[in-house]
Design a protein around this ligand. Structure first.
Ligand code: ADP
Ligand code: MG
Length: 460
């Protein structure tokens, strides 16, 4: 499949070629022709699969016809975060360089003055976060009645951030016969409801099972004592020869502390979290993109959709509370055909969070050193339960106790999740948890229900 087969204009093909893309990704190949035919669309694809261009490209050609009118944007793209909105704007600039489209960005944290001026003149594309848009709408600065194309991007993230009511309200202010495109990595019931209500006869495109982590990412679980996380991180940064990494923590304070600690240890580390103002966040991201720093410690604010090329490693310094966040976090590596590695640190308290992740992805994450959780100094409660079921001494819970794990000595031989079909017969085997489960250790009893704390908001 070629970009030229999708019905895009010559100018656009030229811009795409200059952006360095040879072939459309599967979601692009399927979405672009339908969008050009003005159909509503639901596009479900994991992060890093090129969803942005699958709407930006056809939009540019659609908008090339017609003219903008004062205070009435012709199209609207909703993004959950300022960073994502800024990224989509960059995409418009890159692909739209041979078109004369006007654009405004309405995001929190930057002054509204210029944006309002742009809007007053009239724009072809308005890219906004729902909160900021509602603000401006409330002040009567904007009319959405001329807005014939709506994109709801990263819908599952919108849901997590509590934006669905805003989006519903925004939808009612647009013309009813508009074209609506919705993109998401997963399709939880509230998103389904939203699309049933606001999309009309949408074409449904799903390029892989929802909530499946990208298979070009090698995933590891690192059982670790909470007090030893930093040492473990530093030893992995060395033994894995990490070039660029995003390290996720669950709390802002943890992000700050870890970034400082890494800097003191001599790493070129930076930080990004929700407490920073927009300017500092963008500056820090730029430093990471430019290579001034090669380690970015982040909260979940940076987890979804952020597009930084060539991130070789993702570390979950804290196991994410919400299983969806796991997929989005590790999706920062292994983007667009590249391979990547994700390490998730897990203390004994994370057992249920990990179980939630494994339930969602249907894959048991390979344990570094084949050790089971937890690796603690106390007598592990869960370990006891599964000790009798472990079939090899190597995989016994507590096997890592008292001895240096393989990761610390750099002896570990990474074995990609995708390659585990051929694992040696002497490794623990047990019935599959799902058809995509490839590696099953001893039944450790983590298959229980989702813990209550998963419903708490993420501190970002
Ligand atoms: P998503 O929104 O699905 O998470 P993005 O749209 O952010 O993904 O794209 C992920 C990465 O893939 C970006 O770096 C983008 O530049 C790159 N990309 C997009 N389309 C292509 C393509 N056709 N060929 C190669 N790389 C692409
Ligand atoms: Mg995206």
């Amino acid at each position: 499949m070629n970009f030229a087969d999708l019905g895009l204009s010559e100018e656009l093909l030229k811009a795409v070629h200059e952006a360095g893309y040879d072939e459309p990704t599967p979601i692009q190949a399927q979405a672009i022709p339908s969008v050009l035919m003005m159909r509503d669309l639901i596009g479900i694809a994991q992060t890093g699969t090129g969803k942005t261009a699958s709407f930006v490209l056809p939009m540019i050609d659609i908008l090339a016809e017609g003219r903008s009118r004062a205070r009435m944007p012709r199209s609207l793209i909703l993004e959950p975060t300022r960073e994502l909105a800024a990224q989509v704007a960059e995409n418009f600039e890159k692909y739209g360089k041979y078109h004369k489209l006007s654009m405004a960005l309405l995001i929190g944290g930057v002054s509204m003055g210029d944006q309002v001026k742009a809007l007053e003149k009239g724009v072809d594309v308005l890219i906004a976060t729902p909160g900021r848009l509602m603000d401006l709408f409330g002040r009567g600065n904007i009319l959405l009645t001329g807005c014939n194309l709506l994109v709801i991007d990263e819908a599952d993230r919108m849901l997590d951030m509590g934006f669905i009511p805003d989006i519903e309200e925004i939808c009612t202010k647009l013309p009813a016969n508009r074209q609506t495109l919705l993109f998401s990595a997963t399709m939880p019931p509230p998103i389904k409801k939203l699309s049933d209500r606001f999309l009309s006869n949408p074409k449904h495109i799903e390029v892989s099972r929802p909530a499946t982590a990208n298979t070009s990412i090698t995933q590891w679980l690192v059982p670790v004592d909470a007090r030893k996380k930093r040492d473990k991180l530093c030893s992995l940064l060395e033994s894995e020869k990490v070039k660029t990494a995003i390290i996720f923590c669950n709390r802002k304070t943890a992000v700050r502390d870890l970034a400082k600690s890494l800097q003191r240890t001599g790493y070129a580390a930076g930080e990004i979290h929700g407490d920073m103002d927009q300017g500092s966040r963008i500056a820090e991201l730029d430093r990471f993109k430019n290579g001034d720093i090669n380690i970015l410690v982040a909260s979940d604010v940076a987890a979804r959709g952020l597009d930084v090329k060539g991130v070789s490693h993702v570390f979950n310094f804290d196991a994410p509370w919400h299983p969806d966040d796991y997929i989005h976090r590790i999706g920062r590596t292994g983007r667009a055909g590249a391979t990547g590695t994700a390490f998730t640190f897990a203390t004994k308290d994370d057992a249920e969070a990990i179980a939630g992740i494994e339930k969602l992805t249907g894959i048991k994450i390979q344990r570094v050193g084949n050790a089971e959780l937890p690796e603690t100094d106390e007598q592990p409660v869960r370990a006891k339960k599964s000790a009798g079921k472990a079939k090899t001494s190597e995989a016994k819970p507590g096997a890592a106790k008292g001895k240096t794990s393989q990761a610390e000595t750099g002896e570990r031989q990474p074995e990609p999740v995708a390659a585990q079909k051929t694992r040696p017969a002497d490794k623990p085997q047990s019935p599959s948890r799902s058809d995509s489960a490839r590696d099953e250790g001893p039944d450790d009893g983590w298959n229980g229900p989702m813990p209550d704390f998963l419903s708490f908001g993420i501190d970002a």
